[in-house]
Design a protein around this ligand. Structure first.
Ligand code: PEP
Ligand code: MN
Length: 338
């Protein structure tokens, strides 16, 4: 349920309403707009009498929220959430590019790629240390050593790092990681999500292989319900009947998630396509659709990559793509202002 307060409600009035709702057992989410404050009540609101609440001083309107996600709901929090990671901002109409190899393979590899993507305009470095592979015989990632090498690359370039966690037992290794990625295969690992809710790290939450928008938002809700509001949603393609591409990029996810939620939405064209030649057109369509960022796989030698070489851009191709992304972003902003 949301309680919309009258324009310019005084701080004490807001606080006394919040205290009242808390005293009868609700969690209260406060969203401070430029003129109106909105209180989001979380709990069993079925027993509340809307008309009685409407009669309270300073209350302008009361609405029930049908969707099961509350903290992630735009109705609770009308303005876009903007997440700051060092100097990078994600959300609110940003176009922040995260780039790097699928997996960290060696110090030379990660530093070479990090320097190159930074020079091309990427604001964060990606690289998998713990890899969720379909085959137990495939390269599983350098694990602890992979995190150490990412931290070396961060020291060298100043780029904040994004890397995937696969299990709670790995959490203590992520102390100096800037953004923790929850991969598609772990989107509904609820125990992991709850624990990440107790951290204050930005979480890049990928949509599962065959999950709906609501399921993705409910997973975000798990993290937010435990106190961490820094969630970045990522569309990375879903399973469909098409087998030509690795997955099918669901471009509708961008506007749909932005209507449903205030959280930043980014797109991963690399895992959606599975082929490098599709990464540029999918990236540009994501920018045109209003994504707040992209996460793109880039390798110094894709033909020899230990994981996902087929979909990885070369460093020069990434550089060219960044120029196109900037042009497309300007066009998107111009379209939006019409
Ligand atoms: C990845 O980013 O390397 C990855 C494994 O992605 P996803 O979880 O989207 O498959
Ligand atoms: Mn990959």
């Amino acid at each position: 349920m949301i309680v919309i307060l009258k324009e310019n409600a005084a701080v004490q009035a807001v606080q006394s309403l919040v205290d009242n709702f808390k005293s009868i057992g609700f969690d209260v989410h406060i969203s401070q707009g430029s003129t109106h404050t909105i209180l989001g009540l979380i709990g069993d609101t079925g027993k509340l009498d809307i008309d009685q609440i409407k009669m309270l001083e300073w209350v302008d309107d009361v609405k029930r929220i049908q969707e099961p996600f509350k903290n992630a709901n735009r109705k609770f929090h009308p303005q876009d959430t903007v997440i700051k990671v060092k100097d990078a901002v994600i959300g609110g109409g940003s176009m922040t590019v995260i780039a790097g190899p699928c997996s960290v393979e060696s110090e030379e590899q990660i530093i070479t790629v990090a320097r190159s993507v930074k020079a091309s305009g990427a604001k964060l470095l990606r690289g998998g240390a713990f890899k969720p592979r379909t085959s137990p015989y495939a390269f599983q990632g350098l694990r602890d050593e992979g995190i150490r090498l990412l931290l070396e690359a961060k020291k060298d370039t100043g780029l904040p790092i994004v890397t995937e966690i696969m299990d709670l037992s790995q959490l203590e290794l992520f102390n100096d990681v800037d953004v923790i990625q929850v991969g598609a295969r772990n989107m509904q690992n609820f125990e992991l999500l709850k624990q990440l809710g107790h951290t204050n790290k930005p979480i890049l939450l990928k949509r599962g292989l065959a999950n709906t928008y609501q399921e993705l938002l409910m997973s975000a809700e798990y993290i937010m319900a435990f106190g961490n509001e820094n969630v970045i949603l990522c569309e990375r393609g879903v399973r469909t009947f098409e087998t030509y591409t690795r997955n099918t990029l669901d471009i509708s996810a961008v506007p749909a998630l932005k209507i449903l939620s205030h959280l930043p939405v980014i797109v991963d064209p690399s895992h959606a396509a599975g082929m490098a030649k599709f990464v540029a057109p999918l990236s540009l369509s994501a920018v045109a659709a209003g994504a707040d960022g992209l996460i793109i796989e880039v390798h110094n030698n894709p033909a020899c990559a230990k994981c996902d070489g087929m979909q990885s851009l070369t460093m020069p191709d990434f550089d060219t793509l960044m120029k196109k992304i900037n042009i497309m972003k300007e066009a998107q902003v111009a379209c939006n202002s019409l």
